[in-house]
Ligand binder design. Structure first.
Ligand SMILES: C[S@@+](CC[C@H](N)C(=O)[O-])C[C@H]1O[C@@H](n2cnc3c(N)ncnc32)[C@H](O)[C@@H]1O
Length: 193
């Protein structure tokens, strides 16, 4: 049968913590898979903020949302800014109230996309620190890492070191990884204390 994929495991961890009526953040909207997933859980009483630096990614995300059953989804605000600016972009009243922040690092997996437009270690680490600050207690951050992609290895190691250095007063960090395949994508998740 095999173990769950990294993406499915991220969804499982989020769905066990995020509640209808919560607000959530997709830090890397891409084609909108995680945005749609978060909007489905938060429901009509909740809200999702989806960040991406590429207009193309946000257009794909909007298209995916438009094709879904709107009445069951949270409202979604698409933000064409770096996730490193999430604290600035998020309404003040939601700081400390966010139920989940999902990151899926790397480049936009769409035909014709610019694979040079990847997430970068410095802004990723900045965004992760912001994510922990905007979360509510027992909220979750998930990060899918791609050590096999060009530039992804250093970023993955930096995120892993950052997560390992968090104190238990800040939260609990776990890793989900196929250890025979060091280049395969893997997941780090942090539950805020
Ligand atoms: C692997 S894709 C995300 C996949 C997405 N979860 C999906 O369902 O398709 C990574 C995305 O991060 C975006 N990105 C890169 N740097 C970013 C940044 N600083 N802030 C926000 N998004 C960024 C890229 O444009 C790309 O669309």
């Amino acid at each position: 049968m095999g173990f769950m994929s990294v993406l499915s495991f991220a969804h499982k961890l989020v769905s066990e913590r995020l509640q209808p009526g919560n607000s959530a953040i997709d830090a890397t909207a891409g084609t909108g898979q995680d945005t749609l997933f978060l909007a489905g859980i938060c429901g009509p009483r909740g809200h999702v903020y989806a960040f991406d630096i590429q207009a193309r990614a946000l257009a794909l995300t909007r298209q995916r949302l438009d094709q879904a059953k709107q009445d069951r989804l949270a409202g979604v605000t698409l933000v064409q800014r770096s996730h490193a600016e999430m604290e600035d972009a998020l309404p003040q009243q939601l700081h400390g109230m966010i139920g989940a922040v999902m990151f899926n690092l790397g480049y936009l997996p769409a035909e014709g996309a610019d694979s040079a437009l990847i997430t970068l270690t410095e802004s990723t680490l900045h965004a992760l620190q912001s994510a922990l600050r905007v979360l509510r207690s027992k909220g979750i951050v998930t990060v899918v890492l791609y050590p096999g992609h060009p530039g992804g290895d250093g970023e993955a190691r930096a995120v892993e070191n950052w997560a390992a250095s968090l104190s238990s007063a800040e939260g609990q960090a776990v890793i989900y990884r196929q250890i025979q395949k060091p280049a395969a994508p893997y997941l780090i998740a942090i539950e805020k204390r």
